[in-house]
Design a binder for this molecule. Sequence first.
Ligand code: SF4
Length: 270
Amino acid sequence: MTGITPYIFKIQRYSIHDGPGIRTTLFFQGCPLSCRWCHNPESQAMDLLQGAKSFGTDLPGLRKPLPLSEERVEELVKTLVHEIEKDNIFYDESNGGVTFSGGEPLSRPKLLLPLLEACRNQEIHTCLDTSGFASFEILKAAATKADLVLFDIKIMEERDHLAFTGKPGGQVLENLKKLSRLKVNLKLRFPLIPAMTDTRENLCKMIEFLTKETVYRDIHILPFHTIGEGKYEFLKMKNELKGISPPTDERVEEVRQMFESAGFNTRIGG
Ligand code: SF4
């Protein structure tokens, strides 16, 4: 919890995994999905009070988070841009900038859209890190304001998407097709999760879909890791992947080769 606002649960500085260069990442509280492999389970609660409580935090004002009135948004954007600008020197030296992540930043459009605009006005490079699970109107508004979109693609089969993320994935794929038609600057991110996203069928369908339906050929493969395990224990949340081992280097390489031989530029990690 940043202490600035319960809408942003963390500000991470000097990140090198959330877009180009050195970045400051703002993590939005609230996500409509509940992916079984989520490394930020603390970010999922849409209810701000519940989100804050999950940290054991009792910040003043959190008992009743202020609604996002126009005045409140203006004030918050000013405060957050001030925080972002503290790292200007690193952005300038590394071609970095700010990344809006989460949780799902698109679940807070009232705050996200003016923040993207304010950063653009200050000539700060912006990345939108999204699951793509949102109405297309909101996604389009944010994606066309951001300099780069980092878009998660997870599971092609509707039934499996529902089982492993809590929501069907058709809207995500439709949204990706529409962004492609608009030629939004976008890189794909693929979480490689044993037996969930990492199946031959899922990979083949994904490559076919991306090749036929989109112009996007840059994909970051994000192998499952167990770093978030402690968070599940702390939050007393069920960790459905407890005991699952990360994919071996050989498996990651095989998957990378599958994408590469289909004409994709790959990168392992964020
Ligand atoms: S979309 Fe991201 S933040 Fe949301 S549940 Fe999935 S992994 Fe977690």
